[in-house]
Design a protein around this ligand. Structure first.
Ligand code: HEC
Ligand code: HEC
Ligand code: HEC
Ligand code: HEC
Ligand code: HEC
Ligand code: HEC
Length: 303
């Protein structure tokens, strides 16, 4: 009798264990979402609202509106580590308003992951991890006079590259938007409550232009026309990489010792961006594959 029951129990345990292991990952996610909801309702809802719509009781008093966390269009492009940074270190850590406070050490890393799991579930359209942008965890490249983030403007808000770099289609330079163009949005958008946007207002009031640090630069003796490339439908990203994923633009361009050495021993590394080999190799390939007439004569690029 005893043997029988323990046998029955053993069978049940096995059944339960099997069930638990097949649905293990979903249970884990459900638990995380559940814990995240508790964190959300106690710490976040006062500003972001009970349902995440950005309409909490404190919202009307804030100069920068708490984000609508259900808006998948703006939130979905961001990978977890980016959201974890905002929640852990505050909006200021990515150039957003410090009125979004940082929660470390009040929340543990696990609690931050939990609340992210909860927020992901609110998104409309639904969150798909495969569609997040590859935002680097480390910011390379020089610091700029204003923390201008392509990840926010072009990645999250999807402002078109050519909206800001409007001369790319019609002249040789792509152009950087003027302070007036920035103000076209920022007279209203985040006009108060964000020190980085305040810096922009400062340049505007002093009638100064912003001394952006140049990143992609050819030597003076080369002429590069954006116009011809944009009109031939070469995408910006083909040459510049995924700028919309960057918080700070950087580039590895020009000659490199490593490449020179590889060439010397007979290997053929693909040429680094902005070298002559890079221009010429693409011109050759395009002319073969796409029947374009990209120039190979010296004078086309050196005049
Ligand atoms: C004191 C009010 C306040 C509280 C509390 C608060 N936030 Fe925020 N949060 C903001 C504001 C304001 C912004 C918008 C910042 C901006 O746009 O510059 C924001 C932005 C965000 C963003 C960026 C989203 C986007 O699309 O810009 C995330 C993510 C976020 N909050 C998550 C949270 C979480 C999670 C909590 C709770 C742990 C929380 N917030 C608590 C005020 C708050
Ligand atoms: C088409 C509208 C638009 C234009 C043009 C625009 N911005 Fe923004 N900017 C936004 C929006 C939307 C946000 C996000 C605001 C928020 O969530 O609080 C933003 C955020 C910012 C922020 C804070 C976040 C960050 O990126 O670090 C800064 C600083 C900023 N913009 C600077 C600039 C500058 C400088 C220019 C001109 C070169 C510019 N913006 C042009 C719409 C615009
Ligand atoms: C809201 C305006 C805005 C939008 C949208 C925008 N940019 Fe920019 N871009 C800037 C500003 C301002 C700078 C100068 C500061 C910097 O380097 O971040 C810049 C710098 C750059 C640079 C480096 C220029 C240099 O110094 O060599 C490249 C390349 C670039 N943008 C490409 C793009 C591409 C590609 C897109 C679309 C995916 C895009 N940008 C969208 C405003 C914008
Ligand atoms: C075929 C490659 C190629 C394509 C495509 C391309 N660029 Fe460039 N871009 C360059 C090179 C090379 C430079 C450096 C030019 C120089 O120093 O004279 C540059 C420089 C820039 C600069 C800084 C200097 C300037 O021209 O104002 C910006 C901003 C820029 N590109 C944005 C863009 C955007 C936006 C697009 C898409 C609309 C784009 N580029 C498409 C190769 C390219
Ligand atoms: C990703 C491919 C690619 C790269 C990289 C590239 N080009 Fe081009 N280039 C093209 C194509 C495509 C055309 C247009 C051919 C056409 O219109 O038939 C072109 C055309 C040109 C023209 C002719 C413009 C005209 O008015 O006819 C010049 C000059 C030129 N490129 C210079 C450069 C230089 C300098 C570099 C390197 C700094 C470079 N290109 C890098 C693809 C490229
Ligand atoms: C499609 C554009 C393009 C064409 C065609 C082209 N060049 Fe260049 N050239 C460049 C670029 C870009 C650089 C600068 C980048 C670098 O140093 O690699 C350069 C650099 C050079 C340099 C300096 C190299 C150094 O190491 O300092 C010389 C010399 C030169 N080119 C000669 C020529 C001659 C001769 C021809 C014709 C056979 C030619 N180029 C055709 C784009 C071109």
């Amino acid at each position: 009798m005893i043997a029988h029951t323990s046998c029955k129990w053993a069978g049940l345990t096995v059944l339960l264990l099997t069930a638990a292991s097949t649905s293990n990952s979903t249970t884990r996610i459900d638990l995380s979402v559940e814990r995240g909801q508790r964190v959300y309702l106690t710490q976040c809802a006062a500003c972001h609202g009970p349902a995440g719509k950005g309409d909490g009781s404190a919202a009307p008093h804030m100069p920068v509106a708490p984000s609508d966390l259900t808006d998948g269009r703006t939130l979905n492009p961001w990978p977890d580590h980016f959201l974890a940074k905002i929640i852990g270190e505050g909006g200021g850590a990515v150039g957003l308003s410090p009125l979004m406070p940082g929660w470390k050490p009040f929340l543990s890393s696990r609690e931050i992951q939990d609340v992210i799991a909860y927020i992901r579930g609110l998104a409309e359209p639904p969150f798909n991890p495969e569609e997040t942008l590859p935002v680097p965890t480390i910011r390379n490249g020089p610091e700029q006079p204003i923390f201008f983030s392509h990840a926010i403007h072009a990645g999250s808000f999807k402002i078109d590259c050519q909206y800001c770099h409007a001369s790319a289609r019609r002249s040789s330079t792509a152009g950087i938007p003027s302070v007036q163009q920035c103000m076209g949005c920022h007279r209203i958008v985040a006009a108060r409550g964000n020190p980085e946007v305040q810096k922009l207002h400062g340049y505007f009031e002093r009638k100064e232009s912003i001394p952006w640090v140049r990143i992609f630069k050819l030597p003076e003796y080369v002429s590069f026309p954006h116009k011809a490339h944009v009109r031939a439908n070469v995408r910006c990203q083909t040459c510049h990489g995924r700028i919309e994923a960057l918080e700070r633009v950087y580039a590895e361009t020009g000659q490199s010792l490593a490449n020179d050495l590889l060439n010397l021993i007979g290997m053929r590394p693909s040429p680094r961006k902005l070298t002559m080999g890079w221009c010429v190799e693409c011109h050759r390939t395009m002319n073969e594959v796409r029947r374009t007439s990209a120039p190979l004569d010296c004078i086309a690029c050196h005049h």
